[in-house]
Design a protein around this ligand. Structure first.
Ligand code: GLN
Ligand code: ZN
Length: 752
């Protein structure tokens, strides 16, 4: 009987009619995309500034993708990936793929739509941005409501797949999985109370079905669906939704073979759910997680074994990796050697570093070297690509016990007598705008082309300027403006023993922004004062109190690559001891207020609830180690950003800082009604100026927020301040916003 288009669905529907193509023996889950020399950053910023057109931006992207595929092919990597490139963020790309970007951001090209949603445009606020699991990468939070209409738009993955193919490289397109996409989304503003984005799973799966069909038509043998949300605690309903999703996608008659990737931890209760679904391959993070004791659960699947870490810069312990691979092989489980997660979180290539100490270089692997390791492990070659297990370091020196400060009322009285601040004091978070001249001066100094004395004079002049501006605006507690710092972590790393800094080790943080995380490889020790010179200078130039400005131990460690041979808590406490010494030196110079920032406290919160109390205990203890040496009349401030602070409010309280400034503007004061904050018995500065936006808040607006804070919190506790440092803003807007902030504080103060 001849086949007709109207032929009824054959009985084999629900099972793939062709066997899955073999999964490559070596693969990666993803690769950096900002460019080995940050080419994409430059191209994006030129496009935004109107200095380059869309064709030029697209050409840069095409060149970077081709460069990566060619390089990795040369390294012998068979399991290449596509659709891992992004013009801004892979979660926003997923929203675009599903046709689910809110209409207000729609523009005539996908790039302009992405940039409008990511950066805001024409008076539109951008989508909210938050941290990608426990990394320092930020994604844009999709907004999904009951009314959201999904429409499959697979143009981007199809184009990248075809592009690679033209270069002779067969790839596996990577998509964010439907469950993680919905779990990371937040309800639209108009959604009814109790609505959860996950309730839209069926509609989203319709779109995924079409996308998978289109990729199969294009010839893709495998597709990777990323489901990192499955390594966090999940409710029975969420696990049931996972089962539904993969039963449906796996049951499609016309689709590529499916590889569900998990990372950033162990799947635990989600593993049997995926294993029971009709997908062909499952990816396990075997760096943070372990193989299950009983391998029968994964029988029938390809296991993509993430044995090479995508979260650190160390060479792989080949013994441990091979043990896990051998267990799988011995059990007859088909296995592919892989990275534990995308390599997005590590720098491109160690070969670009020229100034790292040789003994350290021998221990390091960046993205390119990690690909070499994956290839070597897959080939069973343990001699060249990998190193033996590191020799454990000598036990670190024991640290003195953490002491407590005097009770808060005693400190508060001593500080009030010393500082004589008005009710509702005004201050800023530390940095002032970093000008091009400052950046140029730092670069010239580093290159040896600027005389250090001349550099110091430039910094002093900048401090004078920033102090004069603050006095003129009428702020109560001044800052020196941090002009000497390239970055709040790298600056300290450069001045502490035990750290190395890279020349080109850039890692994407969000959009075009990258950081160069220092490498913490040895015993951390402070060899002398770090910030005292500038604090002393600033205080000598004004009668008002100047805050000393330090980065906290958790944040210094969170934003560095950290040695793996010591428990994280031990390393954090070592750093805390160094910060404690700096606090003491600032005090000895007569600095009466010291701020110790801890914006990464929330970031390191474990994904599993059962591990959180332990983390918060040692993290809080480290902060107290750093600050508890301060005398009663020294006022300790701390600062945290991001609206997700809700989950750590009790810990913020336990930091025992005299004054805490916290993000509030973007979440519209939501933080102030948190019960945990009401019992918070010390000074609190809700950030009333959103520095992540170029908008200048009005006096009325700020005064409203301050009044609301004074209603929510007991009298005498509220401070007025922006919600973060002013480093990324321009002087014009900052001057106006701070003028409004001071005016609002005075108005509210006098009305009391
Ligand atoms: N003191 C730092 C600054 O003002 C704090 C930055 C931050 O919280 N990320 O820049
Ligand atoms: Zn901040």
């Amino acid at each position: 009987q001849p086949a007709t288009p109207h032929r009824p669905v054959p009985e084999s529907a629900g099972r793939r009619r062709v066997a899955a193509p073999e999964f490559p023996a070596a693969t990666i889950l993803g690769y950096p995309r900002i460019g080995p020399r940050r080419e994409l950053k430059r191209a994006m910023e030129a496009y935004w500034a109107g200095k380059a057109d869309l064709a030029q931006l697209r050409e840069t992207g095409r060149r970077l993708r081709a460069g990566t595929w060619t390089d990795l092919a040369g390294r012998g990597l068979a399991g290449q990936v596509s659709n891992t490139f992004s013009d801004y963020d892979q979660v926003l790309d997923a929203a675009l793929l599903l046709g689910a970007v809110p209409d207000r951001y729609r523009r005539s090209t996908p790039e302009d739509t992405v940039f409008a949603a990511a950066r805001g445009a024409d008076g539109l606020a951008p989508l909210r941005m938050t941290k990608w699991f426990d990394t320092n990468y930020h994604y844009l939070v999709p907004e999904i409501g009951p009314e959201t209409r999904f429409r499959a738009d697979p143009a981007k993955p199809l184009a990248e797949y075809a592009e690679a193919r033209e270069l002779g490289v067969e790839t596996r397109p990577v998509l964010l999985g439907p469950v993680t996409f919905l779990l990371l989304s937040e309800p639209t503003a108009g959604a009814p109370a109790g609505f959860t984005p996950l309730s839209r799973l069926d509609a989203v799966l319709d779109a995924y079905e079409q996308i998978l069909g289109a990729l199969a038509d294009a010839g893709a043998g495998w597709v990777q669906l990323d489901e990192p949300a499955l390594v966090a605690d999940r409710t029975p309903d969420e696990l049931a939704a996972t089962a539904t999703a993969y039963r449906r996608l796996g049951g499609l008659a016309h689709r590529p073979a499916l590889f569900v990737a998990s990372y950033f931890g162990a799947l635990r209760e989600a593993l049997p759910v995926l294993a029971a679904s009709p997908v062909e391959a499952i990816g396990l993070d075997l760096v943070r997680g372990e193989l299950p004791d009983e391998l029968d659960v994964v029988r029938g699947k390809v296991i993509v074994a993430g044995v090479v870490s995508g979260r650190d810069v160390w060479r792989t312990d080949a013994t441990r990796a091979n043990e896990q691979l051998d267990r799988l092989r011995a059990a007859g489980v088909p296995v592919s050697v892989s990275t534990s997660c995308s390599l997005l979180h590590v720098p491109y290539d160690l070969a670009a570093e020229t100034d790292l100490p040789a003994d350290l270089t021998g221990q390091l692997a960046f993205a390119a070297q990690k690909v070499d390791e994956v290839v070597a492990l897959a080939a069973g070659d343990t001699g060249t690509g990998t190193v033996p297990a590191p020799v454990p370091a000598a036990a670190p020196a024991a640290l003195p016990p953490v002491t407590d400060r005097s009770p808060y009322p005693v400190r508060a009285a001593a500080q009030a007598a010393r500082l004589a601040l008005p009710d509702l004091p005004t201050t800023t978070i530390g940095s002032f705008p970093q000008t091009g001249e400052l950046r140029a001066a730092r670069a010239e100094l580093a290159a040896g082309r600027l005389d250090p004395a001349r550099y110091d004079a430039i910094i002093e002049a900048e401090i004078d300027r920033v102090l004069a501006l603050q006095e003129q605006l009428g702020l109560d507690v001044l800052v020196h403006g941090e002009p000497e710092r390239n970055d709040m972590v790298q600056y300290f790393a450069e001045h502490l023993d035990g750290f190395a800094v890279t020349g080109n080790g850039w890692v994407q943080s969000y959009g075009s922004r990258c950081t160069r995380p220092p490498i913490l490889h040895g015993e951390v020790r402070r060899t002398g004062p770090i910030t005292v010179r500038w604090a002393r200078y600033a205080q000598s130039r004004t009668d008002r109190p100047v805050k000393g400005m330090l980065t906290g131990p958790v944040t210094i460690v969170a934003w560095s690559f950290v040695r793996g041979d010591l428990p994280l808590r031990t390393v954090v406490h070592q750093v805390a001891e160094a910060v404690r010494g700096e606090v003491a030196d600032l005090e000895a110079e007569g600095i009466g207020i010291v701020q110790v920032d801890e914006p990464a406290l929330r970031e390191l919160l474990p994904l599993r609830a059962a591990e959180r109390d332990d983390y918060l205990d040692w993290a809080v203890a480290a902060y107290r180690r750093a600050t508890s040496g301060a005398g009663d009349d020294t006022q300790i401030h701390t600062h945290l950003c991001y609206s997700d602070a809700d989950e750590v409010l009790a810990a913020i309280d336990a930091l025992d800082a005299d004054v805490t400034s916290i993000e509030s503007a973007r979440s519209h004061g939501r933080i102030l009604v948190e019960p945990a904050l009401r019992s918070f018995a010390r000074g609190l500065g809700p950030g009333v100026y959103d520095i992540h936006s170029q908008r200048v808040p009005s006096v009325v607006e700020i005064a409203d927020e301050l009044r609301a804070a004074r209603v929510a919190l007991p009298a005498g506790r509220v401070w007025a301040n922006p919600d973060c440092g002013l480093k990324t803003r321009g002087y014009a807007e900052v001057t106006e916003a701070l003028r409004n902030l001071v005016a609002a504080a005075r108005e509210v103060r006098h009305a009391a």
